[in-house]
Ligand binder design. Structure first.
Ligand SMILES: CC(C)(COP(=O)(O)OP(=O)(O)OC[C@H]1O[C@@H](n2cnc3c(N)ncnc32)[C@H](O)[C@@H]1OP(=O)(O)O)[C@@H](O)C(=O)NCCC(=O)NCCS
Length: 166
C-alpha cells in the first residue's frame, strides 16, 4: 500500500501527535533506554508543549498515513544556510513496521529535499538501534561520526550521525 504525508498544522493534530509519540517511545525504546530516560526524553522532545515550540522554531511534522490511518510520524528541519535537511524523527507504530512504509517515507523526503534545492539529509540514531541503522544504510545513508550529547538530568544520547548526499 502506498503512503502519504499529512502536514501537522493545528493544535488538535499536535495533541494527537504527542499521543502517537508517547505510544511508540514507550513501546520501542525499553530495549535501549531506561524507563526514566524515556519519560524524560518524551517530555523534553515529544510532548505537546515541546513539539509546539519546535514547530514555532521551524520544525515540520507529518503524519505518515496509509489511507486514513495514522501509521507513524516524521519530523524534519530545513537548514537553509548549510543546504541540509535534518531528519529529526521517523517513527512507525509497531503494527506498521516491516511493510516498506519507512522506505516510502524516506523516498518522499529525498524528493522534498531535492525540490527545496538542498543536497544532504542527515540524522542521529542511537548506536544500539541496529535494525534502524540497517534500514538507513539500505536507503543510502552512511555513518559520518559518533556523538554523545548531554541532554540533562544525567542522561546522554549516544548516537551515530548518518548522512546521505545527493
Ligand atoms: C525505523 C523504522 C521507521 C523503519 O521502518 P520499517 O518498517 O522497519 O522499515 P521498512 O519496512 O519501511 O524498510 C525500509 C527499507 O529498508 C529495508 N530493510 C528493512 N530491514 C532491513 C535490514 N535488516 N537490512 C537491510 N535492509 C532492510 C527494506 O527492505 C526497505 O527497503 P525497500 O524500500 O528498498 O524495499 C521503524 O522500524 C521504527 O519505527 N522503529 C522504531 C522507532 C525508531 O527506532 N525510529 C528511528 C529513530 S532514529
Amino acid at each position: 500500500m502506498d503512503i502519504s504525508l499529512k502536514r501537522i498544522t493545528d493544535d488538535n493534530q499536535i495533541r494527537e501527535l504527542a499521543l502517537v509519540a508517547n505510544e511508540v517511545w514507550h513501546e520501542f525504546f525499553p530495549c535501549i533506554l531506561s524507563d526514566e530516560q524515556i519519560d524524560y526524553m518524551v517530555e523534553k522532545f515529544q510532548s505537546y508543549d515541546a513539539m509546539k515550540k519546535q514547530m514555532e522554531d521551524g520544525y515540520e511534522y507529518f503524519f505518515i498515513m496509509a489511507g486514513e490511518k495514522i501509521c507513524g510520524y516524521m519530523g524534519i528541519h530545513e537548514e537553509t544556510d548549510d543546504n541540509k535537511m535534518f531528519l529529526s524523527k521517523l517513527y512507525l507504530l509497531k503494527e506498521n513496521r516491516g511493510k516498506g512504509y519507512a522506505g516510502k517515507t524516506l523516498k518522499k523526503l529525498f524528493d522534498m529535499t531535492k525540490e527545496r534545492g538542498l543536497n544532504m539529509v542527515w540524522l542521529t540514531v542511537n548506536k544500539y538501534n541496529e535494525h534502524t541503522i540497517k534500514v538507513y544504510e539500505h536507503m543510502g545513508f552512511a555513518k559520518a561520526r559518533t556523538q554523545v550529547a548531554d541532554i540533562g538530568n544525567g542522561f546522554v544520547m549516544d548516537d551515530y550521525i548518518m548522512e546521505k548526499t545527493f
